[in-house]
Write a new protein. Structure first.
Length: 422
């Protein structure tokens, strides 16, 4: 909780919890069926709950018996045309187990914590997670994964909501980049989302036949970037940090046309995003740059309507087998020492140009009180503005300061990192 995180997203591996063989008598919708192996998940949910964190589950990867027939040898296990009915049964079992009413097997008379946030799958525009991405036709390749995923999402939605209508269903976070040539293993995320929402290409976004429109509460994406948070993706249907309009415009259109149900406002989340740092990764960003880009990314995403962001990871992974295939994007090193990004995550503060002479200061306060926005002048800190805030509240203030100024935010005795170059 030192990082002031509010929610933690845990992987819920369907294929790792369900039995490897579906034996006679197995009740997939029963969370108490002895063939299920919930123990490690129970432990993770208990640990998060003790720390005051809300839990979200990302439910992925089918057991072999729940995949479609004819899985090619090259397809990733758990990815091939998962059965929506089987997925719905597992979702029902998981939602019942973590409904807040299911007996905790380790605590007589106690119950397992309630999990309210449910994400259906992960990065379904990549064949490594959901296959096939395309099917052949006389006219060429046709996207297959949006339709496969819509069936999974809708089955998941109905099961999770049947257990508790207050549960929140989140679409799988789409990966940021796809292949420019049809037929590969990556469908560009904007094209995938349009397909999910039964819309044609831009700018018209014409409605397409859609017998069972997508049902969800939150649209999610993973806007990784090859540069700063202000750098746009190169390809037209790829989506990096500043490109969320490629997803939110189709979403708004789908809502108007009844292709995103229920017809109620949809939230937009980023359920995975980060930059690696050096140290420890020799190919990562300098630690100070990682911290600055973290803050900038939070601001740029917030300004596009994103209200929840999951940074990946809290602590660095070991470089096994190497740095290129592991993540050193934590805000803490492996030994528990905080990087500058830990304070940036806890108390983000940025100052962005807003015209010829004006700037906008933006931040998120780690505590309730009055935030003081301060300018470094002649060797001392001078308060420019005071803004009342709630704990975790976002604050903004328009300022006129010389270019190149150094500023910070202060609440109580806690200061943000210094923002230089305003």
């Amino acid at each position: 909780m030192a990082a002031r995180a509010g929610i933690v997203v845990l992987d819920l591996e369907w294929g790792g919890i369900a039995p490897t063989v579906r034996a006679p008598g197995f009740d997939a919708a029963d969370p108490g069926d002895p063939a299920y192996g919930w123990g490690p998940v129970d432990s993770a949910v208990r640990a998060a709950s003790r720390r005051g964190l809300a839990v979200g589950f990302s439910v992925t990867h089918a057991p072999a018996w729940a995949e479609g027939p004819g899985r090619p040898a090259a397809a990733t296990p758990g990815s091939w045309r998962p059965d929506p009915a089987a997925f719905a049964s597992f979702a029902a079992a998981a939602a019942r187990r973590y409904s807040g009413a299911f007996p905790d097997p380790l605590t007589p008379g106690g119950v397992l914590p309630h999990v309210r946030y449910w994400q259906a799958w992960a990065e379904p525009n990549l064949a490594v997670h959901l296959a096939p991405q395309w099917t052949g036709s006389p006219a060429g390749f046709v996207p297959a994964s949006p339709g496969i995923y819509r069936g999974l999402l809708n089955a998941f939605y109905r099961s999770v909501k049947a257990v508790d209508p207050g549960n929140v269903v989140i679409t799988a976070g789409t990966a940021p980049f796809g292949d420019r040539v049809p037929g590969g293993g990556r469908l560009p995320p904007a094209a995938f989302v349009r397909g999910l929402l039964c819309l044609g290409g831009p700018p018209a976004l014409k409605p397409l036949p859609c017998p069972d429109p997508a049902h969800f509460d939150v649209l999610a994406h993973h806007p990784y970037s090859v540069g700063s948070p202000h750098r746009h993706a190169i390809n037209p249907d790829d989506v990096s940090v500043p490109d969320l309009a490629k997803l939110t415009r189709p979403l708004a259109r789908a809502l108007r046309l009844g292709r995103a149900l229920p017809q109620a406002p949809k939230r937009v989340w980023v359920t995975e995003f980060s930059y690696d740092s050096n140290p420890p990764d020799p190919y990562g960003l300098p630690a100070a740059v990682q911290a600055r880009w973290l803050e900038e990314a939070l601001y740029v995403l917030w300004s596009q309507g994103v209200d929840t962001i999951s940074w990946y990871l809290i602590r660095d992974q070991p470089p096994v087998p190497n740095y290129a295939t592991s993540y050193q994007s934590g805000i803490y090193l492996r030994d528990g020492r905080a990087k500058p990004s830990a304070q940036a995550f806890r108390f983000p503060f940025v100052v962005e140009p807003a015209g010829r002479a004006a700037s906008v200061a933006w931040g998120k306060s780690p505590a309730a009180g009055v935030v003081s926005i301060q300018l470094r002048r002649a060797g001392r800190w001078v308060t420019l503005a005071r803004v009342p805030v709630a704990a975790g509240g976002v604050f903004t203030r328009r300022l006129t300061v010389p270019r190149g100024s150094s500023l910070r935010a202060l609440v109580g005795a806690e200061a943000s990192l210094v923002w230089s170059g305003a």
